[in-house]
Write a protein that binds this ligand. Structure first.
Ligand code: FRU
Length: 464
């Protein structure tokens, strides 16, 4: 029997973000609402703090912010998924919860780039125990003009039919998204390519984790392309997550759309997945990390976490992303509330591992926020002239906003993460950071400043 890895140090454990107690996690999967609970699954390797044969870890919540960890939902234990249950999605049909996921398969030559992928189905009636469909795979192989990159099915329903979008690479080496249609989730018919990269270095060689949904009368393709090259202040991470806004014609399978826009400006945001909440909100989770980053928590027996769940809104063809409104339920104490003119360096918060800092700054000057721990720091500066935020966490990331003399910042600190929402989600920075003590948070500004600081629940996720 293989031994699951165990946590050996909790110094960087997150208090209110979904993670596994031990082991490696990456992409959020199967985000859905089923029988009174939100469910989130994630790519999970329980046997080490490194990526390995993928399982689906699982947690559920009644309010989107207090999570209960559940047993592993899928393990790579059938012929159809022998080397990994890769990313996928969930859908509820006739009161049954279905998971649709990619089966990963290596050829026998030991080359990790020599693999093939298929699509599979599993189902549950209690939202906890899953049975794999006996006739898996539901899609046995990629279309003729596709390479071996054929994964991450996201399924949705439209007018009584089911649609699946998949991340793919054409034989021309270009990233693209392809779709299938089904009446019953079991038999799928290939429809074709709905969008593809306009160039390898501009839009990528492989599109991972596509998601397709309607918002404010538009159709949105949200995806995580690999291969986009840095361009000035844009696309500075190894891989990107962003979106196209357009209009989809179901009768012709064509998607007319605008250009690619990054969704988050931080170092640690990838492989998003959305769901439609019962009240009509479009919710999104991301992986709060990036491939090939350092993961200091690996030394402690775990690696990776999901972001706070967020709500998406479309304004002037731009996606705004802010924490779900339920995040107020994480507040356990009010630490301070004040409204005054600040003229010098001011301490906003100290010794809090889990905190929310809400600021409304009225100013026509530059300002700076610093998260410090003796010799380490993460810094956010705002330049009024260019209305650009610069976030320094190691190297710099940037976000420009529309000119505005009133700036609203909502900052969520957890033991090893920082999420900064600017102007109700106009720009967002998502970061992991590894301080050995709780940070002090300093504001240096000449501004009228309304400040609210709250302590947040440090045990919002419970493990079996
Ligand atoms: C994205 C991704 C997916 C794949 C999964 C494997 O981060 O590469 O394309 O399904 O991770 O864990």
């Amino acid at each position: 029997m293989k031994q699951m890895i165990k946590l050996n140090n909790d110094r960087y454990r997150l208090g209110y973000h979904v993670s596994a107690l031990a082991g490696w996690i990456n992409d959020p999967n199967g985000f859905c609402y089923y029988k009174g609970y939100y469910h989130i699954f994630y790519q999970y390797h329980p046997y080490s703090a490194d990526w390995g044969p993928m399982h689906w870890g699982h947690a559920r919540s009644k309010d989107l912010v207090h999570w209960e960890s559940l047993p592993i939902a899928l393990a790579p234990d059938t012929k159809a998924d022998e080397d990994g249950c890769f990313s996928g999605s969930a859908i509820v049909k006739d009161d049954v919860l279905y998971l649709i996921y990619t089966g990963h398969h290596y050829y026998d030559d030991g080359d990790p780039d020599h693999f093939w992928q298929n699509q599979n189905l599993a189902y549950s009636t209690d939202g906890i125990n899953f049975t794999k469909y006996e006739n898996n795979p539901i899609i046995a192989s990629a279309p003729e003009d596709n390479t071996h990159h054929f994964r991450d099915p996201k399924v949705w329903e439209k007018d009584g039919k089911y649609y699946m979008i998949l991340g793919s690479q054409g034989k021309d080496g270009v990233g693209r998204a392809i779709t299938y249609r089904s009446d019953d989730l079991k038999d799928w018919q290939y429809l074709g390519v709905i969008a593809k990269a306009n160039g390898l270095t501009t839009e990528g060689f492989m599109w991972e984790c596509p998601d397709f949904f309607e918002l404010a009368g538009k159709d949105i393709l949200l995806l995580s392309p690999q291969g986009i090259e840095a361009q000035g202040q844009k696309y500075l991470n190894l891989f990107q997550t962003g979106y196209f806004v357009g209009n989809f014609d179901y009768s012709t399978n064509t998607f007319e759309h605008g250009g690619f826009t990054e969704l988050d400006h931080g170092h640690d945001f990838y492989a998003t997945q959305t769901t439609l909440a019962p009240d009509g909100r479009r919710l999104v989770f991301g992986w709060m990390d990036m491939w090939e980053s350092e993961f200091p928590e690996k030394a402690d027996g775990w690696a990776g976490a999901l972001t706070l769940p967020r709500e998406l809104e479309l304004k002037d063809d731009q996606l705004y992303m802010r924490p779900v409104k339920e995040a107020v339920q994480l507040r356990t104490a009010e630490i301070s509330v004040w409204n005054k003119q600040v003229t010098e360096k001011t301490l906003l918060c100290e010794n809090e591992h889990q905190a929310e800092i809400d600021l409304i700054l009225t100013t026509d000057q530059a300002f700076e926020l610093a998260f410090t721990d003796q010799d380490k720091q993460v810094k956010l500066t705002f330049d009024q002239a260019t209305h650009t935020f610069t976030l320094l966490n190691g190297d710099a990331r940037y976000a420009s906003i529309k000119p505005n003399s009133e700036l609203k910042l909502q900052i969520f600190i957890d033991t090893s993460s920082l999420e900064i929402f600017i102007n109700d989600g106009e720009a967002v920075f998502t970061e992991r950071f590894y301080f050995d003590n709780a940070p002090q948070v300093w504001l240096t500004a000449k501004a009228q400043c309304l400040t609210q600081v709250y302590r947040l629940d440090g045990q919002a996720i419970t493990f079996e």
